[in-house]
Design a protein around this ligand. Structure first.
Ligand SMILES: NC(=O)c1ccc[n+]([C@@H]2O[C@H](COP(=O)([O-])OP(=O)(O)OC[C@H]3O[C@@H](n4cnc5c(N)ncnc54)[C@H](OP(=O)(O)O)[C@@H]3O)[C@@H](O)[C@H]2O)c1
Length: 278
């Protein structure tokens, strides 16, 4: 019998993805507990939004007993709790790192074992240069740094080019906003894509984790109108020509595979089109 190794590898990839998504699930609803580390502008948007979508939320904060933490727990509803960043990370399968880059080195290296956990990096490791525009603080990216500190983690760069107001309300700019997602772990990337879609945002596969560098460059571009205090800023919106449902094999000379398990993602830009054939 002739074995089609491409089909086999696609099938294995899909099985692996489904398995990994199962690993990320923590309760009967299939929604994993999400740890939101940091209760600032982004943390206090993510938590209530995820809570409203039915995700169990645990906040990781330096002061779980503060009025702000307690208020956030009430605003989040469900069984939301607040604890230390390390305890929050231990109790969740998915972790959103919503802390400023300067604090990240300490925070991201003190969360206990992150082995097999999905870790979402939203940070912007840039600083204003002498001319007022942002310059990178790293030669690589914050996402790759976090991966290096936590080799077993499934690090994903996402939600980095959205203002917190869009996490609160994805329709605030009158149309879809794109969430570019970079990760080496396909199952983790798919999970975050589904999460973004659940939140009313438009996920786009931005490639492997090293592409976080380009997302961080996009952040610096995103900041320009804000730094200039323009009345009109912008939110990224990519008009897609290929849909998320089409996945490239590892070998780009091979045809694309049609991943039926992802077919429900791109609602925001119309119905799913079939992938181009071989
Ligand atoms: N704001 C946005 O619209 C936006 C958009 C895209 C990406 N981002 C990125 O998201 C991350 C969080 O941004 P943010 O606007 O939420 O920041 P923020 O308002 O300054 O809040 C950051 C939170 O991080 C926690 N934290 C832990 N260690 C800290 C330390 N040493 N110093 C200061 N805070 C510390 C604090 O929460 P606890 O007090 O609970 O510990 C703090 O409230 C940043 O990396 C930022 O670049 C922000």
């Amino acid at each position: 019998m002739k074995i089609n190794w491409f089909s086999v590898s696609v099938l294995l990839g899909v099985i692996l993805s489904v398995t990994q998504m199962h690993i990320a699930s923590a309760d009967d609803t299939g929604r994993p507990t999400i740890a939101v580390i940091g209760t600032g502008d982004m943390g206090d948007s993510f938590g209530p939004r995820l809570g409203a979508l039915g995700y169990p939320v645990v906040y990781g904060t330096r002061d779980p007993k503060s009025d702000k933490s307690q208020q956030l727990i009430r605003a989040t509803g469900g069984a939301a709790t607040a604890t230390s960043p390390e305890q929050a990370a231990i109790s969740a399968n998915v972790i959103i790192l919503a802390v400023p880059w300067p604090a990240m080195e300490t925070v991201a290296q003190n969360l206990g074992s992150l082995k097999d956990k999905i870790v979402i990096d939203i940070s912007m490791p840039s600083v204003q240069g002498d001319d007022g525009y942002h310059v990178p603080l790293l030669e690589t990216s914050s996402a790759e740094m976090i991966q290096g500190w936590n080799p077993g983690a499934r690090v994903v760069k996402a939600f980095a080019t959205q203002g917190s107001f869009l996490i609160d309300d994805p329709h605030a700019v009158g149309g879809p906003a794109t969430v570019p997602i970079a990760a080496d772990d396909r199952g983790a990337k798919e999970f975050v894509a589904r999460l973004a879609a659940d939140m009313g945002l438009d996920p786009v596969d931005a490639g492997p984790l090293r592409m976080a560098r380009e997302i961080e460059a996009l952040q610096r571009l995103y900041m320009v109108p804000l730094l200039q205090r323009r009345q009109a800023a912008f939110e990224p919106y990519f008009r897609r020509s290929y849909y998320w449902a089409c996945i490239w094999g590892d070998d780009w000379s091979k045809p694309v595979a049609d991943a039926g398990n992802l077919a429900d993602i791109p609602h925001t830009q119309g119905p799913v089109r079939p992938c181009p054939g071989p």
